[in-house]
Design a protein around this ligand. Sequence first.
Ligand SMILES: *Cc1c(COP(=O)(O)O)cnc(C)c1O
Length: 341
Amino acid sequence: MIIDLRSDTVTKPTLGMLEAMMQAKVGDDVYKEDPTVNALEERLANMFGKPSAMFFPTGTMANQTAIKLHTNPGDQVICDKDAHIYHYEGGGASFNSGVSCKLIQGDRGMFTAEQVLEAINPPDFYHSPLTTLVEVENTANRGGGSCWDFEELKKIRTVCDTNNLGFHLDGARLWNALVAKNETAKDYGQLFDTISVCLSKGLGCPIGSVLIGDEKIMQNAMRIRKIFGGGMRQVGYLAAAGIYALDNHIDRLAEDHKKAKEIGQVLSDLSFIKKVETIETNIVIFELLERTDEAKFLKSLEDKNIRLSGMGQGKLRIVTHLDYTDEMHDRFLSTLRILEL
Ligand SMILES: *Cc1c(COP(=O)(O)O)cnc(C)c1O
């Protein structure tokens, strides 16, 4: 038994999901003729109360498309210093859209409307890049799966409106936030111009993300996805996994959150651990004491078939997910409790 807690992307499709995939009706999506892709897109557009949605192979491509739709080369995007679009998309914002990022020193991946106001370059001061987009991430990945305060997001929307800025949500793990905070997709649909969501994280699909947005901005999404190499054919088999996950795998995220909190409690009692960050969803970030040997810690877990990931700067990450069973959870907690370093 391998207990893989490196990420919620390590899950494999369940039997039910595989069956749904096998049954899918498909067609050529480049001609918009795949009925299952069309159904998935329509389902998500309705869920968020938006007119338009588009299926993407990855969250990165969906975010990169959104950035391209909102900006012109030379523009500046406001985001947190820990944002996925800045850290983990290969420099794509500058490569694909020719934009720079103005990084906000946020708290656990989140910031305030005031900080956004301060980060906007005056539009008539032509020496500075033109600010055109604000991007937020919910849950914030490097923020430890933290959830935004919806009231703060509303204030940022107002700042965007008064300053003529686009507002994009990287909602790779928005599902976790909706479950943890008892919010609805429609709340978010009302607030943002564009939203990307992942089906391949907590929802357990092998692949797939969707970009949801307003009619006007999404008009060009098809062209941008094509340019980025993301035109797909009979991908209804993959969209079927997405529909199955929306039906079956959202509510159960609460179990992942509960397990993450229980792991956090055990970790905070261990003598060699300095700090466990606040746990709101399925991500646990913790720090070892300086005297603790990180490589030795990881090795002693690896010897027991338990995998976590290092984030650098002495921080480690655990992510709970669909394939992390109750049995694995008991085994992991009891292993931690008796771990000698
Ligand atoms: C995983 C993730 C993405 C998208 O990643 P892909 O691996 O390209 O699907 C985007 N944003 C955040 C915060 C993520 O965690």
